[in-house]
Structure formats: C-alpha cells, structure tokens
Design a protein around this ligand. Structure first.
Ligand code: DC
Length: 232
C-alpha cells in the first residue's frame, strides 16, 4: 500500500482530462467507492467566470481578474451522487455555472497565471487532509503533483462531442451536434494550448482512453487501479 504523502492523513486521487471524457462520472464513482470527497475544480473556474461576466470584467484582463479574486469567495460542497453545490460569495450558482456562456468564459479566465495561482492555492488547502478525488485539468501536474493516484482520462473528439450532445439534447434550446463538437474543440484548443499549466498528462499518470469503452467499463478499470495502488 502507498502511504499518503507527508502531512496527509489519506490519499489524493487526481483525475485530469479534456471536456466530455467522463471525468465527472468517474470522479463521482471513485468517491462513492472509497468514501472520499469529490471536488470538481472546473466549477471554481466557472464561478469566477460568472462573477467576471456579471461584473463586466473583461475576460482577457488578467490584472482586473486578479483584483476580482481579492473579494471573491468560492465554496464547493460535495453532495452524494450529485455534482458539487457551488456557492459564489454565499449565493448558490450550481445550475448557472453549468450554462454554455459560463463554460466558454471559464476556459478564457483559466488561461491567466494569476487566476490559476489563486485557484491552485485554494484547491491545495481543500485537499490538504487527503481523502479526496479532485477532478480538473492540472491536478496531477500542479495542484497535487504528489497525488497517490493520477488518472488522465481522454477520448476522441467525436466521442466527447457526441456525449456532450446527448447531455444537452434534453434542453429546449439544444444545439446541433456539429455546434456542440465545435464548442468542445474550441475549449480543448484553449485548455491544451495555453502557456500556463496547459492540459497535459503528468508523466506518472495512468492514461485511460474511454473512446471505445462505456463509462461503466472505465469506472471498473479505474477502481482496480486505485485498489492496486493504495489498498493492497
Ligand atoms: O471541467 P470544467 O468543464 O467544469 O472546466 C471549466 C474550464 O475550467 C475548462 O475549460 C478549463 C478550466 N479548468 C482548468 O483550467 N483547470 C482545472 N483544474 C479545471 C478547469
């Protein structure tokens, strides 16, 4: 069994990967399996992006966004079998941060190093005791480079676009499959291409590609990995 890193009581499971690869489903599953808290760091970037949109702070103005963080409080509340509840300055923005305009804005605010530094400091504090599954883009590379388990979950553009399309197909203003795929590619290009902490696997991450697998198969494989790494 891998002992938790010094200072931590329990292990950290880091899950990174692009939009639509199935990270949230996998993170929720592993948190349930092992009795860990599930923290969705993307929701923090989304919450800050929402504040910037409401405040008319330009998304490309790093200094203005850094000032915004000085009077911003973002709280993630893990809920069993559900996504995190997201509180922005005490206001419940859980549903609002899932909307498309906020998703695109989150990708834009997340390119700025000062925004990332603010987020990373908070995420480290949130996971300091361990016992967390933390999901995002830079968890294994920046937030917890010493995480006991690191998984990089990927899938082809076409599969990820289709999954997102099926998720959004229920809404009344559902976009076309082409439009969803274009939005996924646009966000990916920004997340992978940014200079500061681009989306990339940590050298010691286990790579899982869910293109040809159901999410149930991915979860079962990841559960085996975690058991082998920290519980045997
Ligand atoms: O996981 P998500 O779709 O909720 O993430 C929203 C955006 O936030 C995504 O486009 C990239 C950014 N993000 C990031 O840069 N680093 C993280 N750890 C999590 C998300």
């Amino acid at each position: 069994m891998t002992a938790p890193a010094p200072g931590r009581l329990r292990p950290v499971i880091a899950i990174d990967g692009p939009a639509g690869a199935g990270k949230s489903t996998l993170a929720a599953y592993l948190a349930r399996c092992f009795g860990f808290l599930n923290l969705e760091t993307g929701a923090m970037y989304r919450a800050l992006a929402l504040k910037a949109l409401e405040d008319a702070t330009p998304l490309d103005d790093e200094a203005a966004l850094a000032r915004l963080t000085e009077y911003t409080q973002i709280v993630l509340e893990p809920r069993p079998n559900d996504s995190n509840r997201v509180l922005l300055d005490g206001r419940d923005v859980t549903a609002r941060v899932r909307e498309k305009d906020v998703a695109q804005a989150a990708s834009q605010v997340s390119v700025h190093p000062r925004v990332r530094a603010w987020m990373v400091a908070r995420q480290r504090a949130m996971g300091a005791q361990g016992g967390v599954v933390m999901e995002g883009r830079d968890i294994g590379t920046q937030v917890f480079p010493d995480a006991e388990v690191k998984i990089f979950l990927d899938a082809s553009d076409a599969v990820r676009g289709q999954r997102r399309f099926l998720q959004e197909a229920q809404s009344s203003d559902a976009p076309s499959e082409e439009a969803v795929l274009a939005a996924v590619r646009d966000r990916d290009a920004r997340d992978r291409g940014r200079a500061s902490s681009p989306l990339e696997p940590a050298p010691d991450a286990v790579l899982l590609d869910s293109s040809a697998w159901t999410l149930e198969q991915v979860c079962a494989r990841a559960e085996e990995l975690v058991r082998a790494k920290i519980f045997t």
